[in-house]
Design a protein. Sequence first.
Length: 93
Amino acid sequence: MFIIYIQNQQFKNGLKTVYNSVSSLVSNVYNNYVAPVINTVTRTVSNFVNSAVKVVSNVVHSVVNTVKSVASKVVNTVKKVAKSVGNWLKSLW
C-alpha cells in the first residue's frame, strides 16, 4: 500500500480527498453539535454554581449579622443590669 501511495498520484489524490472529507465532517460535527452542547452545559453549571454561592453567602451574611445583633443586645443588657446592680450597691453604702 505504501508503494502504491508513493508511485500512484491518483491514489495519493484519492486518499487526500478522503482525508479532507473526513476531516471536514468531523470538524463540522464538532463545531455544530459537540461544541454548542459543551458550551451550554458549561454555562448552565457555572450559572448554577454562581447562584448557589450567592445563596450560601447571603445566608452566612444573615447569620453573622443576626449573631452580632443578638450578641450586642446581650452585652447591652448585661451592662444595664451591671449598672443597675452597681447603682443599687452604691445606694446601700
